[in-house]
Design a protein around this ligand. Structure first.
Ligand code: GDP
Length: 231
């Protein structure tokens, strides 16, 4: 299956995608360790090896997705409290492979100044980080593609960064609604060949395996040689 979201959708695996339940994570994703929580770029780890980052509107289920994918109950913190959302959190998977939890966005109550700061930090990270090999963009399957989600896609386009969209909380939709949510988002991004889409649920583990495969492929794309060198 190529990079094309439409291809993703048309493939016969749509129904298996909605059904696939998670097993134990691949070894690389199973033991992430907290590395650092950074307020500014100066605190980011050295820009080497490979990273995959998670982004999403607050409360869409980003922390739950990170935790389901890595099978750690509380690796990523919930972003329900706006004050806790300003940091970029780095987790180490191997000497040169990391997962990165970006601040949740879209809080109605956050002052404009803070929102601008969020925008600057995220844009700087997405456009300037060489180690970043792909972005997992988490959206609530019932309210996908908000204005800020589209802003994220635009920054990724500018930074030539691959994006994999998780339409999460899919367990809250009936089968027809789930298929139509997938079809809607796939259609919206069909012109962006660097974007793929899948259904996901941290509640019943729909699509966890598929998300892991995408993350592994991005990490191994650049990280393995570096990891070998670093060890
Ligand atoms: P975050 O703010 O994006 O990190 O969101 P959280 O992971 O904290 O999730 C927000 C709320 O949605 C919590 O109450 C979760 O239990 C719930 N939630 C997250 N993922 C799912 C899911 O896949 N299915 C269902 N039904 N609820 C979910």
């Amino acid at each position: 299956m190529g990079h094309n979201s439409a291809g993703f959708f048309q493939s016969p695996s749509v129904s298996s995608l909605l059904k696939s339940k998670g097993r134990a994570p691949p070894k690389l994703l199973s033991g992430p360790e907290f590395l650092t929580a950074a307020h500014s770029a100066a605190q980011w780890p050295p820009d080497q090896g490979a990273e995959v980052a998670f982004a999403g509107r607050s409360n869409v289920g980003k922390s739950s997705a990170v935790n389901a994918i890595t099978q750690r109950k509380a690796l990523a913190r919930t972003s329900r409290t706006p004050g806790r959302t300003q940091q970029i959190v780095f987790f180490r998977l191997s000497p040169s492979q990391r997962l990165v939890d970006l601040p949740g966005y879209g809080f109605a109550r956050v002052p404009a100044k803070l929102r601008r700061h969020w925008g600057q930090v995220i844009e700087q990270y997405l456009r300037g980080r060489t180690a970043l090999n792909g972005l997992i963009l988490v959206m609530d399957s019932r309210h996908p593609l908000t204005e800020l989600d589209r802003q994220m896609l635009a920054w990724c386009a500018a930074g030539q960064l691959s994006v994999h969209i998780l339409l999460t909380k899919i367990d809250k939709l009936g089968r027809n609604q789930a298929v139509s949510a997938l079809r809607h988002v796939s259609g919206e991004v069909s012109g962006m060949e660097w974007v793929t889409v899948q259904a996901f649920s941290a509640a019943d583990y729909t699509g966890v395996e598929q998300a892991r495969e995408r993350i592994m492929s991005w990490l191994e794309d650049r990280g393995v040689d570096d990891a070998t060198r670093a060890e």
